[in-house]
Design a protein. Structure first.
Ligand code: RAT
Ligand code: ZN
Length: 412
């Protein structure tokens, strides 16, 4: 029989079990190595991550974004290193992340130059580096975000390749749906007879597009990143109509979840490109109405505004077909992960997914999981201590089982 862990040892055992847990990362922007240049890795990609680009302009308000974007990537990386690591202590979460990556790789950064680090990376091949990163992050597989309307990505899918089972596919809907009818020419070029007007034929053809690409990619779910203004019901919105009349029926037919990431205000500052997206408070009643009116669909939802997180957890208590996941992007910071994870455990027990990495650069799997594991472990240990105080016996086997429920689970 598994022995009962004394309260004073709970934190250490949770940490140990979490370190040993092979995590399933349900939302990333990284790619199977077969996608070649789409798989980003290495110090220049790490340093030019859009989270850090935003911070560069905090440090250098005088710098023109146009000038920055004209610079070669290595110069951009050098500038970010200089401004955010040399000239001031790299206290932000995104800065700390770069240092965690270097440290876990056994690299000792020289504050004056990135050259030795770049030299180390030149000796890595993408294939072996993927193994290194998955090993250090202790991640068993990741879900990509795949866009058939991206010509570079589509070419790889069309040509076909041997899949690396550690990279699951996800059909991203953003490019096809969000700015309808912007995608009409691209969809037509792929042979789908859609037109701007939302006729029966257009809806049927869009369903065919979704179905074909779910099939081709073996996509495990559909994903969409939505603005705070997204509403359902909303008879005036093409996006809402396309989502409910095309996406949801196809997800039902294919028996895959529909993932919604709600609350991004794209290009609040267009000059900063990806770094210029902001946050807005979204409408929880929309999420509840979708879960209620489409009971046969399974919804995996995250929201970008901290203000939405409590109501999302409450909504999930009302609808079994709704799974909250992750501390997304601007919420992926230790203080917020701590607060959100504790609140979710209190309201939902184990019926949510505490985190995803959102890694855009492969190496980020290392730091995002290293940092999240620590916070989630601390929060869980406190909850187990509370249970122990209530007289409940806690064993390592129970902790292992609970952790697997939280962090080694496929969206289903
Ligand atoms: O976290 C990010 O990198 C964001 O830019 C977005 O990609 C976001 O996660 C999304 O999936 O839309
Ligand atoms: Zn993302």
């Amino acid at each position: 029989m598994d022995t009962i862990i004394p309260p004073s040892r709970l934190e250490a055992v949770v940490e140990q079990e979490l370190d040993a847990l092979p995590i399933i990362d349900i939302h990333t922007h990284t790619f199977d190595p077969a996608f070649g240049p789409l798989l980003l890795w290495g110090p220049d990609e790490l340093l030019t991550y859009h989270y850090l680009v935003a911070e560069l302009f905090r440090a250098r308000p005088d710098l023109s974004p146009t000038r920055f974007w004209e610079m070669p990537k290595t110069d951009q990386a050098d500038l970010i290193w200089q401004e955010l690591f040399r000239r001031r202590s790299p206290l932000s979460e995104a800065c700390r992340g770069v240092l965690t990556v270097f440290q876990r790789l056994g690299l000792n950064p020289d504050v004056d130059t990135l050259d030795p680090i770049r030299a180390w990376f030149r000796d890595q091949s993408p294939q072996t580096y993927v193994d290194t990163v998955f090993g250090l992050a202790h991640v068993q597989k990741v879900y990509m975000t795949n866009d058939p309307l991206d010509p570079i990505e589509r070419e790889v899918w069309e040509k076909g390749f041997e899949r690396d089972p550690r990279f699951e596919a996800v059909l991203s809907l953003d490019s096809a749906l969000i700015h309808w009818p912007a995608a009409v020419p691209a969809l037509r070029a792929l042979g789908y007879d859609v037109e701007e007007a939302l006729t029966g034929r257009t809806l049927a053809e869009l369903r065919r597009y979704l179905s074909d690409w779910i099939e081709r990619m073996t996509a495990r779910y559909t994903a969409i990143s939505l603005p705070p203004s997204f509403r359902y019901p909303n008879p005036d919105s093409a996006l809402t109509l396309l989502y409910t009349r095309c996406v949801l029926p196809i997800c039902r037919e294919r028996q895959i979840p529909a993932t919604l990431m709600i609350g991004v205000r794209k290009l609040a500052n267009p000059a900063l490109r990806l770094a210029g997206d902001s946050v807005g408070r979204s409408d929880i009643e929309t999420v509840e109405a979708l879960a209620r009116d489409f009971p046969e669909n399974r919804f995996w939802v995250t929201m970008l505004a901290r203000e939405n997180m409590h109501e999302l957890a409450v909504a999930a208590r009302k609808f079994a077909n709704l799974v909250p996941f992750g501390c997304w992007w601007l919420l992926n910071n230790p203080s917020l992960i701590e607060e959100i994870t504790a609140m979710r455990l209190e309201l939902l027990g184990l019926s949510f997914v505490p985190q995803h990495s959102d890694a855009r650069v492969l190496d980020q799997l290392i730091y995002k999981w290293d940092h999240s594991r620590r916070i989630i472990g601390r929060v869980l240990a406190a909850k187990y201590r509370d249970l122990a105080s209530a007289g409940w016996p806690i064993t390592a086997a129970a902790i292992r089982r609970d952790l697997a429920t939280l962090l080694s689970r496929d969206p289903a």
